[in-house]
Design a protein around this ligand. Structure first.
Ligand SMILES: [Zn+2]
Length: 89
């Protein structure tokens, strides 16, 4: 978990319409319960935020996948309004 990941997250992108409501894990078709707003600093400018959805089973897998690459990441419950401050646990 990177404490600095969400410190300067851009407002744009958060709350953007989602193109899908299912888990972003390959081959998983469960409904997304979590949203992972992330970006790759090497190829994305600061206003390009990608959003993945994750079911309860895969939220850990997907967040660890992104954290392992040191990508800025905010994980939010899908039902709640996303907060720009991460580390809700
Ligand atoms: Zn899943």
């Amino acid at each position: 978990m990177s404490a600095r990941a969400a410190a300067s997250g851009p407002m744009i992108g958060l709350g953007a319409p989602l193109q899908s409501s299912t888990c972003s894990r390959a081959d998983c078709r469960d409904a997304g319960r979590w949203r992972l707003d992330w970006r790759n600093p090497r190829i994305h400018s600061s206003d390009r935020v990608k959003t993945w959805l994750a079911c309860d089973e895969h939220v850990d897998y997907l967040s660890e996948f992104l954290a392992a690459r040191d990508f800025p990441l905010v994980v939010s419950p899908l039902a709640a309004a996303p907060e720009p401050v991460g580390d809700a646990q």
